[in-house]
Design a protein. Structure first.
Length: 75
């Protein structure tokens, strides 16, 4: 008793073998999402570790009319 039986044509085995060669759709989309996530993670890691931000002092004058009036001492 082998794989070939008269009820199942030989072409069925050929199509099964060809079908198993290809990646299923769910596995393909999960693999694609994993690759995209790895690229995004690598880009974020690179930016966080290799790019140093430049710091400089900023002075912004705010008019006193824009500030909330508070009472320093009771009258």
């Amino acid at each position: 008793m082998g794989f070939y039986t008269p009820e199942l044509p030989v072409l069925a085995f050929v199509s099964i073998a060809q079908h198993k060669r290809f990646m299923p759709t769910l596995t393909r989309i999960i693999a694609l999402l994993a690759v995209i996530a790895a690229i995004v993670y690598g880009a974020m890691f690179s930016l966080a570790n290799f790019v140093k931000p430049t710091t400089h002092e900023i002075t912004v004058e705010i008019p006193s009319s824009k500030l909330k009036q508070t009472v320093v001492a009771p009258p």
